[in-house]
Design a protein around this ligand. Structure first.
Ligand SMILES: NC(=O)c1ccc[n+]([C@@H]2O[C@H](COP(=O)([O-])OP(=O)(O)OC[C@H]3O[C@@H](n4cnc5c(N)ncnc54)[C@H](O)[C@@H]3O)[C@@H](O)[C@H]2O)c1
Length: 285
């Protein structure tokens, strides 16, 4: 980054949002990404906003697709502060028309679509005894069908660009948390990643999935300090992840270093899914 004002603005963003590494680079120079659920909620960064900022700082043009205009505009404003290019598309992943509009806007404004990041999700509480039809249907519609809809809309431009999809699932798709609709949706995203990868491989589109563990984001209860201390203990590294950890993994999966990686499910969870609960309860490794 040669412009000193832009470099200073990016350094401010890194400080404000606790980035553990400098974000600037040219790994995605000349590329374009459509990131769903990339709105920024305030002082704590969600994974979509972190991916949008990191990708933009690495030279990628960003289409921020979110249902919430204020949140989407906040992410785009951060990107523009350091000289990145971002456009907003306000829409709902439950709508085929909105998904198509987001893809078209990306191609029209930036000339192509290289990467699709399916990050949108909602988390509704409740296990099998209490889950309501409304919560079940909404969660599946947004978290699972939304990934299918936006990916389907993006197939042709992604194939033209020999691009990549990264789906954001969760370790809740692999372990029981007592949130049945969310778990089913995320397990479905993991299954769908493999299915999409085998279908789209022949068209030179790679499809991978990140399953984040307990990270501090607006959805991940960043303000509950007691919960955060417990979450640290549940990991092998005894640390808590942030949205940046997911963003760096997504950058790798989109970049040329990952050209032979497709259908992978990458847990970004500090080893929490590798640890037995019995050991964790006893304070053993
Ligand atoms: N936070 C965690 O601990 C954690 C753990 C594992 C996985 N994840 C996954 O990471 C992703 C992002 O999580 P986060 O904590 O950053 O979430 P977040 O709530 O900060 O961001 C989600 C965004 O999606 C948008 N959105 C909601 N419904 C939408 C819809 N119908 N159409 C379009 N946009 C919509 C929201 O406005 C918001 O900006 C999700 O897929 C989540 O399941 C998070």
């Amino acid at each position: 980054m040669t412009n000193p004002e832009h470099a200073a603005a990016l350094a401010d963003i890194e400080r404000a949002f606790g980035a553990h590494l400098p974000l600037a680079g040219a790994r995605l120079a000349g590329k374009t990404a459509l990131i769903s659920g990339a709105g920024c909620a305030g002082e704590v960064l969600g994974t979509g906003a972190a991916m949008a900022i990191l990708f933009a700082a690495q030279g990628c043009d960003i289409t921020v697709f979110d249902i919430d205009r204020t949140r989407a505009a906040a992410t785009a404003a951060l990107i523009e502060r350091f000289g990145g290019r971002a456009q907003l598309v306000i829409g709902d992943v439950r709508s085929d028309a909105d998904c198509a509009a987001a893809v078209t806007a990306s191609v029209d404004r930036f000339g192509a679509l290289d990467f699709l990041i399916n990050n949108t999700a909602v988390a509704r509480p409740g296990g099998i005894a209490v889950v309501t039809d409304v919560d079940w249907n909404d969660t599946i519609d947004i978290n699972l069908s939304g990934v299918m809809r936006l990916s389907r809309a993006a197939v042709e431009p992604l194939a033209a660009a020999k691009g990549a999809i990264v789906n954001i699932a969760s370790i809740a798709g692999q372990l029981g948390f007592g949130v049945i609709a969310y778990a089913a949706s995320k397990g479905g995203v993991i299954a769908m990643t493999r299915d999409m990868a085998v279908t789209l491989g022949a068209r030179d589109v790679r499809v991978n999935c990140i399953a984040p563990g307990h990270i501090a984001t607006p959805m991940g209860g960043a303000h509950d300090l007691e919960k955060r201390a417990m979450r640290r203990k549940a990991t092998a590294l005894e640390t808590e992840g942030s949205a940046w950890d997911v963003a760096w993994a997504a950058l790798f999966l989109c970049g040329p270093e990952a050209r032979w990686i497709t259908a992978a499910i990458l847990n970004v969870d500090a080893g929490s899914t590798a640890r037995t609960t019995v050991n964790a309860l006893q304070g053993l490794p």
